[in-house]
Design a protein around this ligand. Structure first.
Ligand code: C2E
Ligand code: MG
Ligand code: MG
Ligand code: MG
Length: 278
């Protein structure tokens, strides 16, 4: 159950969903064909802007529609994509798909910000060209692309990460630290890296209304973000009480099942239009 979930992982996890052993091999073979067979799909999870009460941003979350297994969780195949190097190609596909979707919503009158996750293997100099090309191709205003990286991604090779983050910032892309507070990092990097937002990890959110330590951590992240001029996003908000906790403390954006689950673009559209009439 949720009690056993590790930091950075807020899914209620069933152990039998974990993939191991010979199954890995089978999955890996399938993964090689998944892209050309168009088995990947992006779901979008809404983020509520607390000051306006509107859905102003979404996070793109990849799903794999396996022909026999059904919908496979990214927690089961992202590590495999990374190990095999396939993440570069799939990541590029995801970035392009997400940017095209954002552009489509913009063209319909809804200026939605699109958050896209980025793994360590993607975060190289070559990535700068990919981002640039995709933004051009989709003619998307870079300010509406928010790249999410975890602390471990930026702490792995801080010199190279600083360079890449700086170039992305110059491009006009916004940057978020995902799963904030769960990685091994030094707070000094917040000063050095050109970051726009912090996402409070769902492991601190889950018991925020019941556990004093979690509440203290969440409040500290909010204070830290506010004093550094960063936007703070709360992840994994599942109840009204949790939502109120973050609203009362002026958290900028709220994401979680209480606002909406990750869903296909066509299902999300009414949520966008219902809340923001152009
Ligand atoms: P993440 O970026 O931290 O995404 C948040 C995860 O929390 C998502 O899991 C989301 O479905 C889940 N979540 C959102 N709201 C709630 C809630 O209220 N309660 C609970 N219990 N969970 C909630 P998901 O979609 O399974 O993705 C898992 C992770 O896989 C992501 O964590 C991200 O690290 C990675 N991932 C997903 N899509 C991509 C992608 O396109 N590229 C890369 N590189 N990584 C991805
Ligand atoms: Mg994560
Ligand atoms: Mg994320
Ligand atoms: Mg997260």
């Amino acid at each position: 159950t949720a009690k056993h979930s590790s930091p950075g992982q807020c899914r209620y996890y069933r152990p039998e969903m974990n993939v191991r052993g010979s199954e890995l091999l089978a999955l890996e073979t399938d993964l090689h064909r998944a892209l050309e067979r168009e088995e990947f799909v992006l779901y979008y999870q809404p983020q509520l802007d607390v000051t306006t009460g509107q859905i102003t941003a979404v996070e793109a979350l990849i799903r794999w529609q396996h022909p026999n297994r059904g919908l496979v969780s990214p927690r089961d195949f992202i590590p495999l994509l990374e190990q095999t190097g396939l993440i570069e190609e799939v990541g590029k596909w995801g970035l392009n798909t997400a940017c095209r979707q954002a552009k489509a919503w913009h063209s319909q009158g809804y200026p939605i910000r699109m958050a896209v996750n980025c793994s360590a293997r993607q975060f190289q100099q070559h990535f700068l060209d990919i981002v640039h090309q995709i933004l051009q191709k989709q003619s998307l205003d870079p300010a509406y692309l928010e790249l999410e990286v975890t602390e471990s991604v930026v702490m792995q090779d801080t010199q190279s990460a600083t360079y890449i983050l700086q170039r992305l910032k110059e491009m006009g892309v916004t940057l978020a630290i995902d799963d904030f507070g769960t990685g091994y990092s030094s707070l000094a990097y917040l000063k050095r890296f050109p970051i726009h937002s912090l996402k409070i990890d769902c492991s601190f959110v889950r018991d925020v209304t019941k556990n004093e330590e979690d509440a203290a951590i969440a409040e500290t992240i909010l204070l830290l973000g506010n004093s550094l001029g960063l936007e703070v996003v709360a992840e994994g908000v599942e109840t009204e009480a949790q939502m109120r906790f973050f609203q009362d403390r002026h958290c900028h954006r709220i994401q979680g099942y209480w606002i909406g689950r990750p869903m296909p673009a066509k299902d999300l559209f009414p949520l966008i239009t219902g809340r923001n009439n152009p």
